[in-house]
Design a protein around this ligand. Structure first.
Ligand code: G3H
Length: 257
């Protein structure tokens, strides 16, 4: 019985890998929509993959969200042994609650691994004038340079409407997200079913085009409710992306394939 279940999962991993055309897919058993423990398992699997991607010197760009927060909790000091780790937020403020912000998650990741972290404090709502003067601040340009040179990117994928609802999203942006039929979100970018960008939270830091040149990109997202989002986002994602997901999302994704 156990064996059959394991085989089922690795078959799903292979199918997803083939359909997405990516190098690696990891599926953890269960559905994180129904069982919170499954999100912790995704976090654990993500931490393991991160560990396997590390060089001697690492700059790891990290996004926000509950899945990344779970991943942070699963990191331990052994992955930092004999290595230099610096965690940096991938992008500036995108309207999340503090606990889901990349700044906080990076601090936890550094603490857990004995590494370092940087913060990128960009207020969510600033006028253009303030915005452009922030870009001249050495403390900010230093972090932006680090984001540019990151060798690893660690990110979540969200359901578009869930994310827009959870964040401080303006009425105009909300209208656009709904009218353009956005289904997925990552890095503050919103995607339609064809994987096209329909809205982007205006902030500094990593742009989606920067992903292509990163040697290691790790995406972590699970739950049946995220199947469409994962499908949409992965359409345009770099083929080097390693996807960590769960059975709930994977089996929904594979329906009709
Ligand atoms: O940036 C946030 C992610 O897109 C999804 O967040 O892991 O809480 O679902 P989550």
């Amino acid at each position: 019985e156990m064996m059959r279940e394991i085989t089922g999962i690795s078959e799903m991993e292979n199918s997803l890998k083939r359909i997405l055309g990516v190098s690696k897919v990891v599926i953890v058993p269960g559905d994180s929509d129904e069982t919170p423990l499954v999100k912790e398992e995704i976090g654990k699997a993500t931490a393991d993959i991160l560990s396997s991607c590390l060089d001697k010197d690492n700059i790891i760009a990290v996004t926000g969200g509950t899945t990344m927060a779970c991943t942070a909790e699963m990191l331990s000091s052994d992955i930092g042994e004999g290595r230099n780790l610096i965690f940096v937020p991938a992008r500036g403020g995108i309207g999340e609650d503090v606990k889901n912000q990349a700044n906080v998650i990076c601090a936890t990741m550094a603490e857990k691994t004995g590494g370092l972290h940087r913060v990128l404090y960009v207020p969510d709502e600033v006028g253009l004038e303030v915005y452009y003067s922030l870009l001249k601040e050495p403390a900010i340009t230093e972090v932006l340079d680090m984001i540019k040179s990151a060798n690893i990117v660690l990110h979540g994928i969200g359901d578009a409407l869930t994310m827009a609802g959870r964040r401080r999203t303006s009425k105009t942006a909300m209208k656009k997200i709904i009218e353009e039929n956005a289904v997925g979100e990552a890095f503050g970018y919103y995607f339609n079913e064809n994987g096209e960008i329909v809205h982007k939270v205006p902030t500094i830091g990593m742009q989606i085009s920067d992903l292509e040149e990163k040697p290691c990109v790790i995406a972590a997202a699970g739950g049946k409710s995220k199947a469409k989002a994962i499908k949409a986002y992965m359409k345009g994602a770099p083929k080097t992306t390693i996807l960590i997901t769960d059975e709930g999302a994977a089996s929904e994704f594979l329906k009709g394939h």
